[in-house]
Design a binder for this molecule. Sequence first.
Ligand SMILES: [Zn+2]
Length: 352
Amino acid sequence: MAIFTNREKESKMNGNIPCCLCGKSEISLLSERDRHGKPLTTVICTGCGLVRHHPLPTPEEVRQYYEKDYRLDYKKTLAPKPRHIYRAGLVAAQRVKAMNAWLSEARHVLDIGAGGGELCYMMQGANRQVTGIEPNRGYALHAKEKLGINMVVGDYQTSPLAPSSFDLITMFHVLEHILEPSKILLQARDWLRPEGHLIVEVPNVEALCGSPKNRFHFAHIYNFNLATLESLGQRAGFFVRNRYVANDGGIIRVVFQKTSKLSELAPDLGSNAKGIESLLQNHTPLRHLFSHYPYLRLWRKILRGFDEWTTVRSTANGETLLGSIKQQLEQTERFLNRPMSVIRSELSPTRQ
Ligand SMILES: [Zn+2]
C-alpha cells in the first residue's frame, strides 16, 4: 500500500497547521508506526485532544486512494463477495435496531459512505426512501444494480443532493476517513431538514480492547473520542441528543440534531488531550497481553469465521442472504439476540 508513504518520510513535526476543531497549532507525538509497522506519524492536538496524521495527506492523495485502493487494502476485492455481504448485512441489521428511535420517524434517509449498500437495503421500507453516497465505483454499482439502491457514485463534495431534503443522515465509520471532518458535517447539516438528525459512529481512540500496535491506520486520518466527536458536531451546528459507547469501548456513536445556527464558541478541551495521552501511554502491549481482550477477540473471530464459512457455503448468493436477514429483522425485533446457530439455520434454505 503506497498512499501517504512518501509524505511520512518528509514528516518533521514542524510547519504545523491550525487544528480544525480548536484552532490551536501545538501538537504532541503519539506514534510513528501504523498497524502494519509501516511509518505513519500520528499526533494529538494539545489544545483539544483531536488525534490525526501528520502531515495531513493532500485532497488528491485521498481521492485516488478511495477511488481505487481502499477496498483492496481492507478486503482484497473491488466488489463485495457473499461473505462480505453476509457480514455487512448482520452489522447493518444491528445498526437499524440501534437507530430505531430515529429511523422510525424518518421518511427520507441518506447514508454517507454506503459501501455495498447493505445498510441502505436494511433501512429501505414502504414509507421510507433511502439514498446512498459511495465513492468506490465497484461497491456503489453493486448496491445500485444488485440491491436496487438509489446510489450517488462519488464523494460528498460532488453529490448533487438538494438542501433540506433528508430527515436522517447516517455516517458509520466515515468521519475518521475524511480530510476535512468539519466540512462534511456542515454539508450533512445543509442536506438535513430543520431539526433533522445525524448519526455518526467512529472507532474510539480511547479503546483498550485492541492491541496498542493496531491503534493507528493509514486510512484513519482523524481519530476521535466522545469529547472531540461531540465538540466537532456542536461546532458544525448540531446539539447532542444521544451518545453510546460499545461495551468493549471499541466504538462510539453520537446522535446529533440540527440546530438553527452554528456555534461560534471554541471548545475548552485542554484536559481532554491530557487524558487521552496518558491513557494511551499506559496502554502498553504487555498490559494488553495480560488483559482478556486479545483472547476474547480471537474467540469471536473464530466463531464468526466458522459461521460465515458454513452460511456462505450453503447459500452462496449475497442478495439472498441479505434478503433473509432483512426478513428476519422485520419479523422480530429480537432476531439479533438469538444464538447464531439458530439464525444460520433460518438463513439457509437447504436446512429448512
Ligand atoms: Zn485542537
